[in-house]
Design a protein around this ligand. Sequence first.
Ligand code: SF4
Length: 378
Amino acid sequence: MTETKHGRGLYLHVPFCKSKCAYCDFPSFAGCEKEMPRVIDRMCAELFDCRNAFPDTLVETMYIGGGTPSLLPPKLMDRLLRAAREAFPFSPDAEISCEMNPGTVTPEFLSVCVENGVNRVSLGAQSSLDHLLSSIGRIHTFRQVRETANLLRSFGLTNFNLDMMLGLPGQTMEDVRQTLDDFLALSPAHLSCYALIVEEGTLMEKKVDSGEWTLPDEDTERDMYELARETLEKNGYRQYEISNFAKDGFVCRHNRDCWLRHEYLGIGAAACGFIGNVRTRNPGTIPGYLRGDPQEQTILTEEDARFESVMLGLRLTEGLPESVFRKAHGMGFREAFGEKLDAPLNDGRLLFENGVLSLTRYGMDVMNSVLVELMPEN
Ligand code: SF4
């Protein structure tokens, strides 16, 4: 009898970076290159452990994130990708994405990626202005972004994303316009536009708090976002999520699945996973991961799970169909949220139309206010 397979995502976290960017609080570590072989060994072992724990898995999307996966020597990358393919069956049209940083991508690395089925790349480009890149601690220049994009194309990797940051210290509207022009000239299939968040404990926080760096004010940041949204839409990129824009057929399936709460397995230091009603997080440091420290597990209550569905699903411009919500939680939106829905529906932040709950354009700007109102009370 053939076993029924369960379509899932697979996330592999590569926790190495050349140096730490000023704004970054991701679990990534500089100066730990000597640990790469041991970390990859451990990740390969974890892949097989995971296969044994979830043998019904069919990988529909795999995302290799970081950190900077493109810092791995090609041999180690090859080992990791082969181990994933040996441990799990992949669906024939699986999306396999890899994050890369300009200035670290070599033809040898790309050869290994392509041989092992990588068919999508996300490039941490951030801006086309070198003075902004260096001020936030990025190691690359825009010339390297252009070179990397050309290199990707020469390997047939035309499905690539460029990350772009808004609200950087000293960034002007003209800077954003210039970066949009420069990025569009590279014809990426996908663009992610993220507003800078000043995270606790980062160099950015110190510099902003001391007054050394000044951030654009809130109105300017909103104008930057609007400029990006309008420019990208005019150029054939459809906004499908608050920060994400894609040409037709190039939505990132892995991320979309996460927003729709599909299950995924997390491999590597600090990697998160989601199975059933349990969210997992592997130990956040390289030594902790190598020691085999236990992963954190959070069991979601039904109420938390319902809120999470809305919190993630509303990020998508297509909204969250009530049928999907009902299938997951056995009840409709009204039963789940009752009168809490009235205010955001009545004041034009939320829309419920044709069985789909979605944020309006205005609602997207003030999404947090909607979430605070729908949040479970305790
Ligand atoms: S390259 Fe990415 S992960 Fe690494 S330090 Fe910079 S922002 Fe963080």
